[in-house]
Design a protein around this ligand. Structure first.
Ligand SMILES: [Zn+2]
Ligand SMILES: [Zn+2]
Length: 418
């Protein structure tokens, strides 16, 4: 079937605009817009009809090859003259976007059932070999104009904002993708959880026990960061993603624990991160400290969550054994795979699993008859409190099992992550 034949078939279906006609041949030539392509097809068809004295084609062209603005009262049956409104959609989009800072964007279209059906009817007749969908053209045409007016780039892979043209109700919706900031935090005092911990009594509603705060602890690392980011990014909310977490009563020292904080629906993206860092640290009054803030992509969150890294802990323990016995037990720990069942203290929220973890090094830093300081370098995911206490035989071996008497961690610091 020649191109003229296909054009004739399409014109048989009813009045059609240049955009919709040209779009059926979109894959046949590049460097043209669909309406240019459609106008060219109409011209060539009419020359063909003249040369071949093809009266039927002549008549079809006169009746159905509509030219918007000239064929008054006749609308394109495929798009219902949607493409006459492009500038309107552009205007609406730019207005909706004006609230947000962005350097790249994407246009999407939610077509109506009616338009989708029209297109299917047309494709059943003319075939889809060379065609592109209506929304692809609308997205591109609106996108090109937004690029021209705003100087921002359309970006398919990872747009910061997506303008969604809702044809059904003639409105525009802006989807704003999150902004991600990576950093490391140090926790300098005990008793602060990483994220908000809902009150056990009321589940967050607020009660007498929690002084109507709805939480177990007045502050968390997350909450010490949140208000500063809310203000800097002018976002609706934030989410905190940590690379693991330390116990509430453990310090996080050294160069800190990696985290990513996510600003949801940010109005601002060009944030001065060193100023933000300073504000967070001033506000935290020595309780926590963040460092090395930098912008990252969303994938970093996944990487952070699945990151299995070594940790170094410093801990104070109580015991009643000799220095020699304690030293030799630490030596055994470094040479034996540690078999560990989920600790009793977290069993209520974690599955009961058995895992094998390694202790890379275990050193005795100082000793007296009842207490000692240990520095333990181990694989991530090892519960070190249980490595000392043995957790009633759920961790084997342990300091307690090796010295054959009780041992317990009373102070814990993380001095290195990764
Ligand atoms: Zn049309
Ligand atoms: Zn409560």
């Amino acid at each position: 079937m020649t191109i003229i034949d296909i054009t004739r078939k399409i014109l048989h279906e009813g009045p059609i605009c240049d955009h919709c006609l040209g779009r059926q041949f979109a894959k046949l030539s590049t460097g043209l817009s669909n309406d240019q392509r459609g106008a060219a097809l109409k011209l060539v068809s009419s020359m063909h009809a003249g040369a071949e004295k093809d009266e039927e084609l002549k008549e079809l062209l006169a009746k159905n090859a509509i030219i918007p603005h000239f064929n008054e009262g006749i609308k394109c049956w495929v798009c219902n003259d949607l493409f006459l409104d492009i500038d309107d959609w552009v205007k609406k989009s730019i207005e909706a976007l004006s609230d947000y800072e962005f350097s790249n964007f994407l246009v999407g279209t939610k077509v109506t059932g009616l338009l989708a059906e029209n297109e299917e009817i047309l494709w059943a007749e003319s075939g889809t070999t060379f065609a592109e969908p209506l929304k692809t053209e609308l997205n591109r045409e609106v996108g090109k104009r937004i690029e021209k007016i705003t100087g921002k780039k359309a970006y398919l892979k990872k747009p910061q904002v997506v303008v969604l043209l809702e044809l059904e109700n003639n409105t525009v919706e802006v989807q704003v993708n999150s902004l991600y900031i990576y950093g490391r935090y140090r926790k300098l005092i005990r008793g602060i959880p990483q994220t908000r911990w809902p009150c056990r009594e009321c589940g967050g509603q607020g009660c007498e026990r929690c002084d109507n705060t709805g939480k177990m602890y007045p502050e968390s690392v997350d909450e010490l960061i949140k208000p500063h980011l809310l203000e800097a990014a002018q976002c609706d909310d934030t989410a905190f993603h940590g690379a693991g977490r330390e116990d509430i009563d453990a310090l996080m020292l050294g160069d800190g624990r990696p985290f990513v904080v996510e600003a949801k629906r940010p109005h601002k993206r060009s944030i001065d991160l060193s100023a933000l860092e300073e504000q967070i640290n001033m506000g935290a009054e020595g309780k926590i400290e963040v460092l090395g803030l930098k912008f990252v992509e969303s994938e970093t969150v996944e990487k952070l969550k699945s990151m299995k890294v070594d940790k170094v802990y410093r801990m104070k323990i109580i015991h009643n054994t000799t220095e020699e016995k304690l030293k030799s037990s630490l030596n055994v720990l470094c040479q034996t795979p540690i078999k560990q069942s989920t600790p009793t203290r977290v069993l209520h929220r974690r599955a009961d699993l058995e895992r094998i973890r390694k202790v890379h090094s275990a050193d005795l830093e100082s000793y007296d008859e009842t207490t000692a300081f240990l520095v333990i370098n181990c694989e991530g995911g090892l519960y070190v409190k249980e490595l000392v206490s043995g957790d009633d035989g759920r961790t084997i071996p342990s300091v307690a099992s090796l010295i054959e008497s009780e041992a317990k961690v009373i102070e814990l610091e993380v001095i290195k992550v990764g």
